[in-house]
Design a protein around this ligand. Structure first.
Ligand SMILES: [Zn+2]
Length: 244
């Protein structure tokens, strides 16, 4: 796949962007502003450099505004403090963290409406982080088992629901071992159901096709026709979802 760099000039600013020529059947030039403020332009094979430049220039203001918003948001993605009021994501929904200091026997982590309440005898960031992480793992174990069962039964090839395990991973959502065990990143439980289903479906396709061959993608597209859009939204959220 061909890639090259270009620069958009707008309002006295130079905004670099990467152009990716896609060989799919895309008909239009598509502009993506990533969560860290980088810009990627997907163009069909038949577009000329001039067409691409014009298409980006036409949306210069939109690009500029989105880049600035993304950069501002990305700055806020930086370290979590685990204090009341902080945003917690779970199954694609936003909750607000509420930290309460309680005696040891009353320790608990509970969703209450729009709040994730962490009642703990120690309220340091480390202690609260550990509690929240443990809660995510508990939720991930149940939810992934449920979705894995549903999806595996809907596909023609898995004979049984495969075994799965959770593993903290910095850059991956899931893997599938040759023996058939699926490994999933517990922080994926922060994403919405469609994103979770995409990762599970992807790994289940590896039971049939062990690498990313064209046959693998044909299988994946049959199992989840909209997977590319879902993958893109998951990629765009990665910085936020993996921030711990
Ligand atoms: Zn894969």
């Amino acid at each position: 796949m061909e890639r090259f760099e270009r620069v958009l000039h707008y309002g006295g600013e130079a905004i670099p962007y990467t152009v990716r020529i896609s060989t799919g059947r895309r008909e239009r030039v598509r502009i993506h502003v990533h969560p860290d403020g980088t810009v990627e332009v997907e163009a069909p094979e038949e577009a000329t450099a001039e067409d691409i430049g014009k298409a980006v220039q036409k949306r210069a203001r939109w690009v500029h505004d989105h880049v600035h918003d993304a950069r501002r948001r990305f700055e806020h993605v930086l370290p979590r403090e685990y204090v009341s009021g902080e945003q917690i994501l779970y199954l694609g929904r936003r909750y607000s963290l509420k930290v309460r200091h309680v005696p040891r026997p009353d320790r608990a982590v509970k969703l209450k409406g729009a709040l994730l309440e962490v009642a703990h005898d120690q309220v340091s960031a480390d202690a609260v982080r550990a509690r929240v992480r443990a809660w995510y793992k508990l939720k991930a174990r149940d939810y992934f088992a449920y979705r894995l069962g549903v999806i595996a039964k809907g596909l023609p090839w898995p004979q049984d629901v495969p075994k799965f395990q959770l593993k903290d991973m910095r850059t991956r959502w899931g893997t599938c071992a040759a023996g058939g065990t699926v490994t999933l990143n517990p922080f994926l439980v922060r994403a919405n159901r469609e994103c979770i289903d995409y990762v599970i479906t992807h790994e289940l396709c590896h039971l049939r096709e062990h690498n990313h061959s064209p046959e693998f993608f044909r299988l994946l597209s049959r199992a989840m026709p909209q997977w590319e859009t879902v993958k893109r939204s998951l990629d765009d959220m990665a910085e936020i979802l993996l921030n711990d």
